[in-house]
Design a protein around this ligand. Structure first.
Ligand SMILES: Cc1cc2nc3c(=O)[nH]c(=O)nc-3n(C[C@H](O)[C@H](O)[C@H](O)COP(=O)(O)OP(=O)(O)OC[C@H]3O[C@@H](n4cnc5c(N)ncnc54)[C@H](O)[C@@H]3O)c2cc1C
Length: 606
């Protein structure tokens, strides 16, 4: 029998949310799962290259400890060490779980799970399904969710999906304890209350704040934005992963997974800037494989921060980008790699198709043209060791939280951290619910109505707005500012400018006017009006964190403070908003319980 009179809400149907929901239902509690889009379309389906675990199926002597050391070293020692250590120990079991659920992992000829190498490690520990791993994992979890949705499993709670619902805010009672959430029903554009005893925000990353990124449009990060607006903290926001290999695009950036390099892909530019020959005809001696020359121990598989910053150096500082532009080659042709097209298609088919579709050339025959792009947020909602945010009863999990990757995430560690976070947070929520002295069923109606009215008032304001500013225009400009000044290379001048420009955008945001006045169905402009306010707050907190952190560490590269400074900045950034909505930055000690910080150097083996 499911446990009656109490319930949990999971916001987000990606790997983190789906996993948390499964664990809560398994413990006998009913769960409502809220998502912007159908669960099967959660951004996790975009993941291509694989998921890490020291399962050691290829007999390379890998271990959880080495996985842990690679992760912490790769993250430039900024991650608190307790939760990542738990995560890497659980990783082999997570692969076994997905395997049992039926994920079609790629296998060796002998039938063992195959693995490839990813950045920042010497071991083949990335398990994969061709180049569509995220989709296979997400679909496997969705099948489990459907089983729970059907109900009737003895001892399990029932799962109800609310797709096309947009989370707005947590409902906190007079003791500041969560009792539910306010959502916008996108099919009716009506605000509604959903009640529960615990909520987890598994709302993914905030790539949309940069306008163009490798992320999906649902990645506006406003789960985190709402926590900020309600008094919680956003941690390490300045640590944003710029993936080295994205296809430049006018609408968005499309990822060329690290698995391309994991399978042998090589990054290069012609040694002579004026070399106009077709790339496939340029002989080996005239090619500058700069990652291989600069980092002989790891070559093309240096971690992403190092690879992206090196490509930036080639294009911007050394002016050696292709045709003088911000572009370099990522070469998977047989000439460069020795890999025949048939094998490439088998292992990387999904991403080769994406490249061919959007760039128009076959990557097996002609080197791909790529440049770094915003991809992932190491920062996220501040949580404690139980994954609870600063708001009682509100948890966070997945890319939305900040605990696992420090200053730089290693490739293929995110599908792992999202799954693990769900597995861990679900039971922590159950523990929390079981410790409550009263449940939402006893909460006075006024508590729910007050928060509903607060959000309704905001929406009435948007609907009645008649200012001259357009929300999409402000959104575009926010992306441009963030992409110019809070990107791969930063300095005081740029960050100050960003901070001033964002404040001007906030002023203009107060003078918006909506054009689409039809408020009965999926009104994107109205939806954007709410999200934009939260995104502008987030952008300011991220920029303030970057400005205050006067050092270079992982993905945070400052040209005016080029060294890592452990004495001052081996700290977690905790950003919040003051009563006027301005960012406040504080710091918290990093837990370095297992590994003492040491300097990173990928030109030699560890
Ligand atoms: C192109 C690409 C390839 C990648 N490849 C890999 C890889 O090979 N290996 C790896 O480890 N990582 C990879 N990553 C990163 C990884 O995919 C993500 O970090 C991870 O899937 C995030 O999972 P999640 O569950 O935290 O969030 P998501 O999968 O992003 O899910 C977020 C969920 O929250 C919902 N949501 C958001 N806001 C709201 C709201 N306001 N109201 C209601 N619902 C909301 C969304 O609808 C969605 O269901 C890749 C990322 C990209 C962009």
């Amino acid at each position: 029998m499911a446990k009656k009179g109490t319930k949990a809400i999971v916001v987000g149907g990606g790997l983190a949310g789906a996993m948390a929901a499964i664990k809560i239902a398994e413990a006998g509690y009913d769960v409502d799962l809220v998502a912007l889009l159908p669960v099967k379309r959660a951004h996790s389906v975009c993941a291509q290259g694989g998921i890490n675990a020291s399962l050691n199926t290829l007999g390379e002597g890998d271990s959880a400890w080495e996985h842990f050391d690679d992760t912490i070293y790769g993250g430039d020692f900024l991650a608190n060490q307790e939760l990542p250590w738990k995560m890497v120990k659980a990783a082999p079991g997570i692969i076994a779980m997905y395997d049992r659920m039926g994920v079609p992992f790629t296998r060796t000829k002998e039938g063992r799970l195959d693995a490839r190498r990813f950045g920042g490690t010497k071991k083949r520990r990335t398990y994969f399904s061709g180049a569509s791993t995220g989709q296979q994992l997400e679909y496997a979890l969705d099948e489990q969710l459907r089983r729970l949705e059907a109900g009737g499993i003895f001892g399990y709670g029932k799962l109800t999906k609310y797709e096309y619902y947009d989370f707005q805010s947590a409902i906190l009672d007079d003791n500041q304890v969560a009792r539910g959430i306010v959502v916008l029903n996108l099919r009716t554009m009506k605000l509604e209350v959903m009640k529960a005893d615990a909520v987890v925000l598994a709302t993914g990353g905030p790539g949309m704040i940069w306008g163009k990124s490798t992320n999906s449009i649902e990645n506006h990060g406003t789960g985190a934005g709402s926590v900020l607006a309600q008094g919680g903290h956003y941690a390490n926001g300045e640590f944003v992963q710029i993936h080295p290999t994205a296809i430049p695009g006018t609408d968005k950036l499309r990822l060329m997974s690290e698995s391309a390099r994991g399978e042998g892909g090589r990054v290069w530019v012609p040694r002579d800037l004026k070399d106009k020959r077709a790339p496939e005809t340029i002989p080996e001696k005239d090619r500058f494989y700069f990652l291989e020359e600069w980092f002989p121990a790891y070559g093309n598989l240096v971690p992403r921060d190092i690879a992206a910053q090196s490509i930036y150096k080639i294009c911007v500082n050394m002016k050696m980008g292709l045709g003088g532009e911000n572009k370099v080659y990522l070469d998977l042709t047989e000439v460069a790699t020795g890999i025949p097209e048939k094998r490439l298609r088998k292992r990387l088919g999904a991403i080769l198709d994406i490249y061919e579709k959007f760039a128009g050339t076959n990557p097996a025959k002609t080197p791909m043209i790529i440049y770094p792009g915003v991809h992932y947020s190491m920062g996220g909602i501040w949580i404690d060791d139980n994954h609870m945010t600063g708001l009682n009863g509100v948890f966070a999990a997945g890319e939305a939280d900040y605990q696992y990757h420090g200053a730089n995430r290693l490739g293929a560690n995110s599908l792992l951290s999202a799954t693990w976070a769900g597995l861990y947070t679900g039971p922590k929520m159950v523990e929390y619910i079981e410790g409550l002295s009263s449940h939402y069923t006893e909460t006075p109606e006024a508590v729910f109505n007050n928060e509903l009215k607060r959000i309704e008032k905001l929406y009435d304001g948007y609907k009645n707005s008649s200012g001259k500013e357009n929300v999409f225009q402000i959104f575009d400009e926010m992306g441009e500012i963030m992409s110019l000044y809070v990107h791969i290379s930063r300095n005081e001048e740029g960050l100050k400018k960003a901070s001033e420009e964002l404040q001007k955008l906030q002023e203009r945001y107060r003078n918006i006017g909506l054009n689409d006045k039809k408020y009965d169905n999926y009104n994107l402009e109205l939806q954007m009006a709410y999200h934009l306010g939260l995104m502008l707050n987030m952008a300011r907190v991220i920029t303030a964190g970057a400005r205050e952190r006067k050092e270079s560490r992982g993905a945070h590269m400052r040209t005016d403070f080029t060294e890592r400074n452990d004495e001052k900045f081996l700290k977690t950034t905790k950003g919040s908003l003051d009563k006027d909505g301005n960012p406040v930055i504080e710091y918290e000690e990093v837990n370095v319980k297992y590994l003492k910080p040491r300097l990173r150097n990928y030109s030699k083996s560890k």
